[in-house]
Design a protein around this ligand. Structure first.
Ligand code: GUN
Ligand code: ZN
Length: 437
């Protein structure tokens, strides 16, 4: 194997962000005939093809993706890999869905071989959909975390994940305890190793005893650059239950704050039934929101209020929440986010949706400069979008001159078919139509 530096380049239209288009004019960069230059898996430059081509070393390969759009890989900030096999399992609401499908499905991860096989499928499905980074729930079994990180290391992906913590209100076969030694050992084994990022993962307040929440908060304090992920205020029955279990707390979100679980790198899934004080605490503590529209519509959980989160300055990103979510595609997640915003009386432009799925998510996770855009030195995780991927997309985008219109068509009509190729650290990890590896 050569140890020389390797430069390669990719010619296409380029799209990436340096700010949130909801708050800043000219938040994005669009280069019609662009060149993305990658060296040793990192972005070296992103600019005009004509200007950058002469800067390439002689013989550097240039992939020709003219007619396509290259943008940073999508970042899914809330997904459950063990629920892959139960996607599209209908239930009258969150709590019966958990009892009927989720807990029996997660039990199967007692078997490490099942964990690894599912992780392999799961990651390939993410890559087929253009998602290069995700914050992933595993199960209570430590082996499920090893399975995820071994499979993502094999693909050289930047992935976050962690062992679910739950020690009450769940079946005995999934119950753990307030003893954090398993989670601590997993942090030591994986966090910061290669591209792995550990996420401390209390499932949600109802399935943790006070002792477990205390221990979880201490762990989060001891490892301040780890991630935290949990669910909050997804469903009204769940909210009422939390009110009964924690009567001394002002709100559901305040339960987490009380135990030290609101801090930078904490990602809260759903956030539908929060009030303005909660949204303000999100902004003040540096915690972030993962909005999961396909899941919320599927389970009938409610409609997330993006404008309210924006008004409070709370950071928002998008999550699929598979298996309650109904698609691995961040394009389909944008589609549903758009409609949820409409039902809440606001309008979500396509540029904002692409921001939320790239730089917005990276910022929410405190990974700006590492992933999410094409600043020099960023890891070269990117996707090639095909605006003519299907006959309908081709017909619709044939007469769309404006970028917003093309991106809107991709978000509303696109899915895995619109992802021509996916690259991680400058290496192709998915190509549409290629035989599955
Ligand atoms: N709340 C607690 N656990 C879960 C889960 O697995 N999925 C969703 N959507 N909500 C939850
Ligand atoms: Zn979830």
């Amino acid at each position: 194997m050569s140890t020389e530096s390797t430069v390669q380049a990719f010619r296409a239209s380029l799209l990436h962000f340096h700010a949130d288009p909801a708050f800043t004019a000219d938040a994005h960069t669009w280069i019609e005939d662009g060149l993305l230059v990658v060296e040793d898996g990192r972005v070296k430059a992103a600019g005009d093809h004509a200007a950058l081509l002469p800067t390439l070393p002689p013989g550097a390969p240039v992939a020709d993706y003219r007619g396509k759009i290259i943008c940073p890989g999508f970042i899914d900030t809330h997904i459950h890999f063990p629920q892959t096999d139960m996607i599209a399992s209908p239930a009258p609401g969150l709590l019966p869905w958990l009892d009927t499908y989720t807990f029996p499905t997660e039990r199967r991860f007692e078997d490490p071989a099942h964990g690894r096989a599912t992780a392999d499928f799961f990651l390939d499905e993410l890559l087929r959909n253009g998602t290069t980074t995700a914050l992933v729930y595993c199960t209570v079994h430590p082996g499920s975390v090893d399975a995820l990180f071994e499979a993502s290391a094999a693909r050289r992906l930047r992935m976050g994940g962690g062992k679910v913590l739950m020690d009450r209100h769940c079946p005995d076969f999934l119950r753990d305890s307030a003893d954090m030694r398993d989670s601590q050992a997993l942090i030591e084994r994986w966090h910061g190793k290669g591209r792995a990022m550990y996420a401390i993962t209390p499932r949600f307040a109802p399935t943790s005893t006070e002792a477990q929440l205390v221990a979880t908060g201490e762990l989060a304090k001891a490892y301040p650059d780890t991630f935290i992920q949990t669910h909050v205020a997804e469903n009204q029955d769940e909210c009422a239950w939390v009110g009964e279990l924690f009567p001394q707390r002002r709100s559901y979100l305040e339960v987490y704050e009380h135990y030290g679980l609101m801090r930078p790198r904490a990602m809260f899934g759903h956030c539908i039934w929060l009030d303005d004080t909660d949204f303000a605490r999100m902004a003040d503590t540096g915690a972030a929101i993962s909005h999961c529209p396909t899941s919320n519509l599927f389970l009938g959980s409610g409609l997330f209020d993006l404008a309210r989160a924006d008004n409070a300055g709370a950071p928002v990103s998008l999550g699929t929440d598979v298996g309650a979510g109904t698609s691995f595609s961040m394009l389909q997640t944008m589609n549903e986010a758009y409609k949820v915003a409409r039902l809440k009386g606001s309008y979500l432009p396509a540029l904002r949706m692409f921001y939320l799925a790239t730089l917005g998510a990276a910022r929410s996770m405190r990974l700006e400069g590492t992933i999410g855009n094409f600043v020099p030195g960023a890891e070269a995780d990117f996707i090639v979008l095909d605006p003519k991927a299907t006959p309908l997309l081709a017909r619709r985008t044939a007469h769309s001159d404006a970028l917003e219109e093309t991106l809107f068509a991709l978000a509303l009509l696109g899915d895995d078919r619109a992802i021509q190729a996916t690259y991680a650290l400058g290496r192709r990890v998915h190509e549409r139509g290629a035989a599955a590896g």
